[in-house]
Design a binder for this molecule. Sequence first.
Ligand code: ADP
Ligand code: MG
Length: 449
Amino acid sequence: MAIKTKAAPLIALQNIGKAYIQPNREPISIIENISLELRSGEIIALLGPSGSGKSSLMRIIAGLIPPTQGKVLYHNRPLTGINPGVAIVFQSFALYPWLTVLENVELGLKAKGIALELRRQKAMQTIDVIGLDGFENAYPRELSGGMRQRVGFARALAVEPELLCMDEPFSALDVLTAENLRIELLDLWLERRIPTKAILIVTHGIEEAVVLADRIIVLGRNPGRIRADFPVKLKHYRDRKNPAFGAIVDQVYKILTHPDLEKSELKATIKTPKTIRQPKYQSLPSVRIGSVAGFLEILENRQNADLYRLGQELQLEVDDILPIVEAAKLMDFINLTEGDINLKPIAYQFIAGGIDERKQLVSQQLLWNIRLVQQIYNICSSIDDRRVSEELVLDILQNHFSPKEAKRQLDTAIDWGRYAELYSYDEPTGTIFIEEETSSEEKAFNNEI
Ligand code: ADP
Ligand code: MG
């Protein structure tokens, strides 16, 4: 029998501390006594309140700043200077405005002394993988935020780092662009299209951490220290509506909002719930988004609407309103308790929004809440020519619905997704597809030039 030897961690921190010198020349201790190991095969999220030393810790791991105490080991050897196995993606993109996309992506390779020809070849490959082809000669200012951050990713990935570090890489992007990039990053990682061995992401978004991470480390403040370090055992891709997902979000929320809870007390809090089951398909009511919009507008000026009284007022049978209510509920625009309807803040945002904002909000709500729409969108995005035949989707649906009902479900999902411009539908061929030129990023790009 083979003897299993535990591989050395990629990076180990041993009793790391960091103190900065304040303007009054007094040292101030930011993090103390941090020990942890980063191993291959993990996405690790580093969460914590602002000022808890997340960025400092990442810079120490990357060798950009030295710790004032303790040791960093890289493949079991003490690290001095820049860590050759690490590349960083920054929140602010940190691109050089006078360099083209290609030149920006080449920077890290150049710093490693790689000759021009190979450098160009590797940069072009990464540009391709990251979905920037066609933009090689553009300048950063010509790009939307989402495309700029793609350049940030490409620059970091071009050097094929063992550890990809990201410091709040999605926080400067709008919700939908951020979610798209997150999923694309997951695709690259899960399908092993990048040789990266581990990913460390600094974030203050709890959901972002639970969407991405296999392990979550929570830092506390004054001084920065590890308050919790635990695995997330949900399967990718994770469904935000899965109760197990919500349970982990709640646990992390509890840790963050109870800074005084000690490690031993937290232990009981952190466990992955046993019943990890993807919920079955929701049954989508055949309702147009326009009806949902009208319904939300009617509710806007009522504090708390009673479903039955509303029906009387609108001279509609409750049965006629119910599907609309249900659609609004599924998209998470309303709360519904015992016949009383309340608008959620996102619904007020929707009502106040112009057509573009409305579309964007609906597309966000659909991607987060409606499994079928999510799935169609993911299937299309993962296929090279970004199109899928409706037959395929119908076949999947028929495992859960009668043939007639499956068709009705598909029609509704197509209708909703088209409204949100998540995908389009070609009726004669029965194909659902993502139109390249209508992606929000390219729209922003077109508007800017
Ligand atoms: P986080 O990323 O969690 O917000 P940081 O690592 O950026 O935390 O900062 C932690 C603390 O260290 C903050 O209070 C910040 O003001 C301080 N700090 C960060 N960098 C420096 C520096 N170069 N000099 C002095 N103080 C710093
Ligand atoms: Mg920071």
